[in-house]
Design a protein around this ligand. Structure first.
Ligand code: AP5
Length: 216
């Protein structure tokens, strides 16, 4: 049965950073709903235009289109063994839909690491973040700077700052997270799948904690 790991945590907790590292270490596909929306925005698709109107305000994109996008992504061949889901599900309706689609594709959610950090840290991290245009590799001006400013170490593409990383929008995203995504923490805890991970440590230490917890 295919293995799915759902990474939960507020904006800036380090989900994307850890998902990228874990995907390499445990050989699973990495699916980031935020990156899929940003790809659609860059490619000027209809979904991208719709998603941008919500993302710029720090709100969630409606469940229907988000679920359809993830379903299409999960149906691709590289997810046969499973995937690390970064940013999905984010509402109870999305969690329900995920369960149904995994039953259909022959997979299940095995573990739900919940990466935590307090609000001041989230604001500081998102404030200095830059990401690469080509593949979404993540850097931070202070905590994880690229070797050459403005250039991705891995693929050489240009780095950019996300439109939704202003203090105002991040504050709204954190509020939306507590209102709409926090119920999933209780839901997965009740299923015995939640693993709390302290996100306020070095990137390496967070990875070590995640790997140790996933082994269990
Ligand atoms: P999305 O792109 O998913 O953003 P998010 O969940 O708000 O999370 P972030 O990407 O901001 O943070 P992260 O936890 O991945 O942290 P990162 O590793 O980058 O979603 C964006 C928008 O898309 C949403 O607001 C919504 O509109 C829409 N959307 C997406 N999914 C949706 C869904 N399912 N339903 C509806 N709408 C959806 O790290 C942050 C920074 O900190 C980086 O600079 C990094 O280098 C640095 N850093 C990471 N770890 C550490 C560490 N341990 N120490 C120091 N610095 C660190």
């Amino acid at each position: 049965m295919a293995t799915y790991i759902v990474l939960l945590g507020p904006p800036g907790a380090g989900k994307g950073t850890q998902a990228e590292i874990l995907a390499g270490k445990i050989n699973l596909a990495h699916i980031s709903s935020g990156d899929l929306f940003r790809e659609n925005i860059q490619n000027q698709t209809e979904l991208g235009r719709l998603a941008k109107s919500y993302m710029d305000k720090g709100e969630l994109v409606p469940d229907g289109v988000t679920i359809a996008m993830i379903r299409e992504r999960i149906s691709l061949q590289d997810c046969e063994g499973g995937a690390i889901l970064d940013g999905f599900p984010r509402t109870p309706a999305q969690a329900d839909a995920l369960e149904k689609m995994l039953a259909e594709f022959g997979g299940q959610v095995n573990a739900v690491p919940y990466v935590t950090a307090e609000e001041s840290i989230l604001i500081e991290r998102t404030g200095g973040r830059c990401s690469c245009r080509a593949h979404g590799h993540i850097y931070h001006k202070k905590f994880n700077p690229p070797k050459q400013p403005g250039v991705c170490d891995i693929d050489g593409s240009a780095l950019y700052e996300r439109d939704d990383d202003t203090v105002e929008t991040v504050t709204k995203r954190i509020r939306v997270y507590f209102e709409q995504t926090m119920p999933l923490v209780a839901y997965y805890r009740q299923l015995g799948k939640l693993i709390e991970i302290n996100g306020v440590q070095s990137v390496e230490q967070v990875t070590n904690d995640l790997l140790a917890a996933l082994k269990k």
